[in-house]
Design a protein around this ligand. Structure first.
Ligand code: NAD
Length: 256
């Protein structure tokens, strides 16, 4: 058990990558606090964990709402003596080029994907410091490393996550607070399904995506595996990295 005895908070745990990570964390012995917008989805993830003999709890949380974050952490610190790992995974994707998205969409994108990481990390920082350290893991994206057409706000928010990770890693090192991020390639989740459903030819787009990943299609468990490694003590000397899990997509030009 690679995470035995650890307590982890995972945001966006109600679906997709967050749910897979929550399940894998529990499989590896962690107590998992499933947090996210939808109470029902968080509860469903918790049920899956418990059905396999794992342990955890569930909390409703909007990562853009400062008051809710404050209440969330005061409840957490009242109920749990020590949190070891915070996974800032909640996210959304606003699609469109600069002429297509409104300023409100742009700001919302930054709030959900980037500012939330600042707010959540800020809220747990003193707790980690007082407890001799902790781990913060952020979900970035390959879209934060390379340009993608029609995703300017998403790409900028995720590039910000990569840089926030590096800066926070430097700030946290003296207190043994490790900060890393994972940059997934495309994997099927409700977020991706939602966007595919808007396309005229989703099958053609999916085929193209498959070709873009030299190792072929990955899945949510491939991403969760990275979170396990980075959250475990095996990664005790790793901080400030952006772990790309993308089947080779960002290596360079993909041959036909
Ligand atoms: N699926 C991919 O191909 C892919 C690739 C790269 C990065 N990502 C990133 O992975 C993360 C998880 O996405 P996913 O693909 O699993 O999609 P998803 O839609 O299944 O998961 C996103 C989760 O975030 C939650 N969420 C959204 N806004 C929130 C808010 N304000 N407060 C709290 N929770 C909120 C949603 O309820 C949902 O559970 C996101 O950060 C996404 O940007 C996904």
């Amino acid at each position: 058990m690679r995470l035995a005895g650890k307590t982890a908070i995972i945001t966006g745990a109600g679906s997709g990558i967050g749910r897979a990570t929550a399940q894998k964390y529990a499989d590896q012995g962690a107590f998992v606090i499933c947090a996210g917008l939808s109470k029902k989805s968080n509860d469903d993830t918790l049920k899956l964990i418990i059905s396999k003999g794992g342990q955890g709890s569930s909390r409703e949380l909007d990562v853009t709402d400062s008051q809710m974050i404050e209440k969330f952490f005061s409840d957490i610190f009242e109920n749990y003596s020590k949190i070891d790992i915070l996974i800032n995974n909640a996210g959304q994707a606003v699609i469109g080029d600069a002429t297509e998205i409104s300023k409100t969409d742009w700001e919302r994108q930054m709030d959900v994907n980037l500012t939330s990481i600042y707010s959540m990390s800020r809220a747990i920082w003193a707790h980690f410091r007082e407890n001799g350290g902790g781990v913060i893991l952020n979900t970035a994206s390959i879209a934060g490393l390379i340009g993608t057409p029609g995703q300017v706000s998403y790409g900028v928010s995720k590039a910000g996550v990569v840089m926030a990770t590096k800066c926070m890693a430097l700030d946290g090192a003296k207190d043994n607070i490790r900060v890393n991020c994972v940059c997934p390639g495309w994997v099927q989740t409700p977020m991706v399904d939602y966007h595919l459903a808007q396309l005229d030819d989703p099958k053609a787009f999916k085929d193209r995506l498959r070709r873009l990943h030299p190792l072929g299609e990955g899945n949510i468990n491939d991403i969760a595996a990275g979170f396990i490694y980075l959250g475990s003590d095996e990664a005790r000397w790793i901080t400030g990295i952006a772990l790309t899990i993308d089947g080779g997509l960002t290596c360079g030009l993909v041959p036909d």
